[in-house]
Design a protein around this ligand. Sequence first.
Ligand SMILES: C[S@@+](CC[C@H](N)C(=O)[O-])C[C@H]1O[C@@H](n2cnc3c(N)ncnc32)[C@H](O)[C@@H]1O
Length: 409
Amino acid sequence: MNYKLGNSLSTVQKIKRDNEQKFQQILTDSITNGSFVRLVLGKYQGTEPLLRLEISPLLLKEQLQLRFLSEYTTNHITKNFSVSAGIDQLKHLMTDSFKQAHLFTTKQQCQLSISKKGKYLLHCQRTEQTQATPLLSEHNRQKQRYVEQSRPFLTALGVTDQQGQIIPAMSNKWKQINKFIEILQAAVKETELLSAQQLHVADFGSGKAYLTFAMHDYFCHTLGLDAQITGVELRQNLVNLCNDTAKAIQLKGLQFEQGDVKHFKAKGINVMVALHACDVATDYAIHMGIRTGAEIIMCSPCCHKEIRPQISLPVVMAPMLKHGIHLGQEAEMVTDSLRALLLEAHGYQTKVFEFISLEHTSKNKMILAIKRKTARDNSAVLKQIAAIKQFYGIDQHCLEQLLQAESTE
Ligand SMILES: C[S@@+](CC[C@H](N)C(=O)[O-])C[C@H]1O[C@@H](n2cnc3c(N)ncnc32)[C@H](O)[C@@H]1O
């Protein structure tokens, strides 16, 4: 860890730093009186590819320590300090290297941030949590989470209760949210988006928007980016519900619009997401992502209806595919393989892999496409697409038609 230390201060700066001193005092008191839960430093100002630094208490060989977890764009580094050494480190680190500090204690949450004009803003709020959070032991710190369990959006969506505990019925959703952010985080690191001035994210078929809120939290809170997240959803009642929730917890840069992905006009999307959008809605969303030049396209397709009736069985496969379940699986594989290949042909590096299965659904596949920095000859991929279509007797593939229609416009 190589962080910048503070320089000598002018009188004006000293006055501005009253809030910093107050914050330091609250932090030190919480560590010494055992109410400290976590400190997150964000908006790093230095030259390293550091996203955030999280400090939490840790019990090591029955000794209280402070664990410093530095999250870099490509890796994480952990260092443990004794309490006094850790407090000492923090005095130097805060606000000289980071522009934002968020402290969680069992009694209150305090946020210290430095505005663009250099003002130190301190905002503290009492929390209802009265129980001390169990200390991390060496054993349970292995469980890495990509979303902070204490984030207000999780309570607003009914994933956590008022004490920040996961509601048992929502534990699968909680796993899915974390898996999704884990995948998104890895994808973002492969792009230049971390240094983008402004970021536009579109989520088509956002539904109840657990993952839309999680993306907003990841881009705006965890990464501290200036991001606009738009959920597009067919059903007006869900749009209203999600807008009301975002407003209730005062989230900026998150909005929901009623619309059909088939007719939605968008431009300048950096991250296009469509999770479990039904049937060809996924094709329209991918097409939108390609057309707007999105750096990342993520979709988890479902309801593959288009290809199945078109498949004409090669004789040797007839005994296998006479079973409806096998024909459905084959149609799904062919549909998504063609989608992945079409993305490859349009300048994306594409992976298809297991996402996460929820209790009542088998919709557990993810197509992840990241825009290549340099164009490649796509003639070999186009030949592969043509050969697969011919083999299965397929005339019509929605995404291919959308892309062809565009090239002849
Ligand atoms: C299965 S839900 C998925 C919700 C969310 N993306 C998730 O993964 O948790 C699919 C959502 O897509 C919406 N939807 C289906 N077709 C759509 C279309 N053509 N345009 C916009 N939304 C659509 C549905 O109303 C539904 O809310």
